[in-house]
Design a protein around this ligand. Structure first.
Ligand code: GCB
Length: 796
């Protein structure tokens, strides 16, 4: 926290658009909405801000629009008035509300009058969900603060400025594009200006709970860790965190900064797309109470996989811009979020990429409830002015506020730092610093960025130097759209020098909904579908791919897309038109995702990351139970929420290893009984045994990693019929695999039945008391001095 505080402090000092520390979870605070019709003045010359010699008007100058002045008698000249002018709805962009403002980039002044009676001993804040791009906020003629950045929330305390009775709130909003802004002047979305998200008055106690982080620790399935931050004079208090459903009641004392950390064990029903379980959470101090609904899940990477709650997951995603589904302009309501995310669900997505900036909080709250995983990003888009400190500070502040607002949302698994940024030393340093900042602020999530790729001799490579700082590589590719639509282009190999999972963060093609022609005709739905059809096998061939988010759910406005008839200032890569009509490609992707789900619906019982320094013990993350095994100490793993440490390390000689066993139902069916049993057979040998019942075909992947050996074992498909117990086991001795059935070593079998694939593949099965099994010594069991590079591991 110290370091984070220092970062925020530095940012605060050096960034002129600095607003105060964020109040999070505004949905559950005492608020009064200031949404509705606001009076406006369109001011392209910023005449209300500068005098005719371009000097800023001082406070108290009646001519300044923020003074919200009125002529004091009939002879006084005053050349503006909020009382008799036009109005705009807040929240909402101005471009879609008034035809004459469609392309407008400049200043609009907003005024809202409100009555307030602030009770004694209370504090008042004004909160803006987002204003694009610069906002200067005045209350009763006094400047109370300013903010830069169009997609993050900000607040100011107004306890001392608010009047009992009528108040005049004036906001100068300016959406002029600038080269040193974020985003910069070139962008492929509409530069919607305005007070685009809700405005709230928030009433608080003198000392209140301003912020907190309550999440599953990133290395655990049953430990909640976090911190609480009070704001006010009485900073040293005892604060209680209560999660009644999980039987968690934890009291901590805040320090003189009002800050306290906590950590405690809890038995949790983990959040996932299939089970979006949210726990009611209550945090109370002597002076304040706040409630929230929080889900607990773990997100990690292992090799080229993304693990959700310890299990590999394939992200079936879609990109979204924050555009309204049923009208023009920015999306800003719960209803908008509901329609957009329902479409994603209809596609059978388990994941959405919210491009290219943090979306409104309705989206992330709803994603939490609907069970959609989220990639959230800041608008560090294309070519920024990387070497300017103020540009970095702006990005850093946007990142900080994005994380701050949503850090307790289980749905968010990825913070993304950038999109398609051109490589340079300055840019690498910039993004590296952002990555470090994000990790410090939130150690529970993955860091990514949408990268560009290079192509040479039939190989596409994703080797961007910033890949080194990321947990997950994002990659945007438009094979078949930018350039020729040549089916041969999809016969390409994808490689990366990193051994990390990759998400294809964009791919796609444009089509005008309802325009039908042959598949070679640009803008036809057939052309778009054809690109998708060719994409699928190519994507399937990328072994380190952990998911995709095609571009994009819905057609969206963009000033880069003027082509009459087909574009008319819309980017047409949507799977749905701006009017909500689905294109053919929507159904193609839906079908692909249904297939992916069937393939990748991994019912996984996994033991993960057990590291036993000095052989103190074996920590198995998962749900293991110790039982008597045929070979002594063993861990029994049956899906219950217990974790045990073994007294003895059953695998001597290995100081670090990971075991993963994945059971994949190939045909679905009843999966009542799955147990995994790990036992030591002494020395360097390790027994992995599984028992499976139920219908379906299953297979097991496992690998073992040791200090000086990195071995991958992949077992074969395992077919078994109904209602029987089946045992499948592998025993690993250095360099060899032998088969065991029911704990007994039986080395019979036909060696020729062993079909070595990937250098060695062994299976054993029991079918209704008959033993079908194959055994042999793995022919090319690879042992290498250190972890394998790139995709090598997958190819063994
Ligand atoms: C991209 C950008 C996205 C564009 C898209 C396109 O790579 O990340 O913002 O809109 O391509 O349509 O070209």
């Amino acid at each position: 926290m110290k370091t984070i505080t220092i970062i925020s402090f530095l940012v605060a000092l050096s960034f002129k658009g600095y607003a105060q520390e964020l109040l999070i979870n505004v949905d559950n605070r005492t608020t009064k909405s200031l949404n509705g019709q606001w009076d406006i003045i369109i001011d392209p010359l910023e005449n209300g801000y500068y005098n005719f010699h371009l000097k800023e008007h001082a406070e108290g100058t009646k001519k300044a629009f923020f003074s919200d002045g009125r002529p004091s008698d009939k002879s006084e000249l005053l050349e503006y008035s909020f009382d008799t002018g036009e109005k705009l709805h807040v929240p909402g962009d101005w471009n879609s509300q008034k035809e004459k403002l469609l392309f407008y980039e400049g200043t609009v002044w907003y005024r809202r009058k409100f009555n307030y009676k602030l009770p004694e001993n209370k504090r008042l804040f004004i909160y803006f969900g987002a204003v694009n791009y610069e906002a200067i906020v005045y209350l009763n003629g006094k400047k109370i603060g300013e903010h830069t950045g169009g997609f993050t929330p900000f607040n100011f305390e107004i306890s001392d400025v608010v009047k009992q009775g009528e108040n005049s709130l004036v906001v100068k909003v300016d959406n002029k594009r600038k080269k040193d802004a974020i985003p910069t002047t070139m962008l492929d979305w509409w530069n919607y200006g305005g007070i685009n998200r809700r405005v709230l008055l928030i009433e608080e106690e003198q000392t209140f709970i301003r912020d907190y982080h309550v999440q599953l620790a990133n290395d655990s399935f049953n430990e909640i860790r976090g911190w609480i931050q009070l704001d006010g004079e009485a900073r040293q208090q005892s604060v209680t965190l209560n999660i009644a459903e999980a039987d968690v009641h934890k009291t901590v004392n805040t320090n003189s900064d009002g800050y306290a950390k906590f950590a405690m064990k809890a038995n949790l029903d983990l959040w996932s797309p299939e089970n979006p379980k949210l726990y009611p959470v209550k945090i109370s101090s002597a002076t304040d109470t706040i409630r929230d609904e929080i889900g607990f899940r773990s997100i990690q990477v292992a090799g080229t996989q993304i693990l959700l709650n310890g299990s590999p997951i394939y992200l079936r995603g879609i990109c979204l811009h924050e555009e309204a589904p049923t009208r023009e302009g920015r999306a800003y309501s719960h209803e908008d979020a509901q329609i957009l995310l329902n479409w994603a669900k209809e596609l059978n997505c388990n994941y959405v990429r919210l491009a290219h900036y943090p979306h409104n909080e309705y989206m992330t709250r709803l994603a939490d409830r609907m069970g959609l995983l989220v990639w959230s990003e800041i608008p560090v888009y294309w070519a920024l002015q990387w070497d300017k400190p103020e540009v970095f500070n702006n990005a850093s502040r946007q990142l900080k506020d994005m994380i701050s607002r949503d850090k307790n949302k289980a749905s968010i698994i990825i913070w993304s730092l950038a999109n398609e940024t051109p490589e340079s030393d300055a840019r690498n340093t910039f993004l590296h610093s952002l990555a470090k900042q994000a990790r410090l602020q939130d150690p529970t999530r993955l860091i990514s960025a949408a990268l560009l790729h290079g192509k040479a001799e039939g190989v596409i490579r994703v080797d961007d130097p910033i890949g080194e700082f990321l947990d997950v590589l994002g990659c945007n590719e438009y094979t078949g759209w930018y350039g020729d639509m040549d089916p041969e282009l999809f016969n390409v190999k994808w490689e990366t020098k990193y051994r990390k999972p990759m998400i294809m963060s964009e791919l796609g093609a444009g089509a005008l909904q309802g325009f039908h022609a042959d598949p070679d005709t640009r803008w036809s739905e057939e052309f778009q579908s054809n690109v998708y059809k060719h994409q699928f096998p190519m994507l399937d061939s990328i072994s380190f791919l952990s998911g995709i988010s095609p571009w994009i759910l819905k057609d969206f406005r963009s000033a880069r897309r003027p082509l009459p008839v087909f574009q008319d200032y819309y980017n047409r890569k949507g799977l749905i038109s701006e009017y909500g009509e689905k294109k053919d490609a929507f159904f193609l992707l839906q079908e692909y995702y249904n297939k992916k789900q069937r393939e990748k619906d991994i019912r996984l019982w996994q033991l993960k990351e057990f590291i036993s320094p000095g052989y103190q013990g074996l920590k198995i993350i998962g749900s293991p139970k110790i039982v008597e095994g045929p070979f002594g100490a063993a861990v029994y793993f049956d899906g219950e929420n217990d974790a045990y440490f073994l007294d003895e390390n059953p695998v001597q000689g290995l100081d670090e290893f990971t075991i993963e066993m994945l059971f994949k139902p190939e045909t679905g069916g009843d999966r009542e009984q799955r147990v995994l049993h790990i036992g030591s057979v002494g020395g360097d040998r390790l027994l992995l045994e599984t028992r499976l019942t139920g219908e379906g075909n299953w297979y097991m992947d496992s690998y073992i990693k040791s200090r000086d050996a990195h071995c991958v074992l992949k077992s074969s498909d395992y077919l078994h019929p109904l209602d029987q117990w089946y045992h499948m086991a592998l025993v690993v001795e250095k360099g060899t695999i032998k088969n065991y059935v029911n704990g007994k070593l039986e080395l019979e079998g036909k060696v020729e039945d062993l079909k070595p694939i990937y250098g060695g593949r062994t299976s054993v099965g029991v079918r209704q008391n008959k033993v079908f099994w194959f055994k042999g010594t793995i022919a090319s069991f690879k042992i290498t001095p250190k972890a394998l590079k790139g995709d090598e591991l997958n190819r063994i």
